[in-house]
Design a protein around this ligand. Sequence first.
Ligand SMILES: [Cu+2]
Length: 277
Amino acid sequence: MKLILAISLFIMLFSWLIIVSYVYKQQISKMVGMVIAMTLAMVVGLGVGSLAAMLFPSSFFEITMLSMLIGGFVGVTVGFPYAIVAILDGLISGFMGGMMGTMLGAMIALENQNQLLHIIGLICVGIFFLVYLLQLSEIKSISTRVRLLMQPSLYFVLICLFLYSFHDYSFERSVKEEAHKVHEHVEEIVIHADDYHFSPEKIEVSQNEEVTFTLVNDGLEEHDFEIKELGYHLHAMPNDSNSQAVTFTKPGIYEVLCTLPGHKEAGMAATVVVVES
Ligand SMILES: [Cu+2]
């Protein structure tokens, strides 16, 4: 809920700057318009890129392209009322911001992602405020109707509200909880091997969930536990055991064998049924 508030406030603060630069385009000089286009495009690209790279680390390419596009789009939009040079600078800055943001988000260690997110949030709104002051310094005449609305203090209050709703949002916590949840799912399955028999003979596991098989040799001879399709191999001497983790990515029925000569024929076979998740 608070996150939705933070995001809406962020969009509001940002749109305010765009509205001001459109409404007062006659009074703001081309030079300042260009600086505003560059700054906003860079900041938005950086923010969107780093957040996206942290949230969707597996689709890095798509996220880089999308962040560059968003940054570039912001640059063009803000630069549009001013000059071609403002559009061009905005576009390039947006591309760069998006690119750097995704790299930053992807490179940062998991435990620092929360800090990074908050630092970038703070930088974004801080720069927004400076841009707003820059815009106001250019505007000579404000109609009395909107004078109250254009007070920098009002904008500042919105920034404080944003920081308040954002400060205790813990991205790190949600990531860690997720990782913990996955960890809890690691299941150990113990298979007993005696002379020429596996027990159990039918093992059921879920697709994409890590399982650890432990082969316990209760027999008088050495035995192994091999899943040929995965290149998975466990071996145990008599009165010994061995374990190794494996993840089945494809559902289906996998054959398990003891590869020692004659053992399979004597009945040392089992099946792993991987259930689609
Ligand atoms: Cu065997």
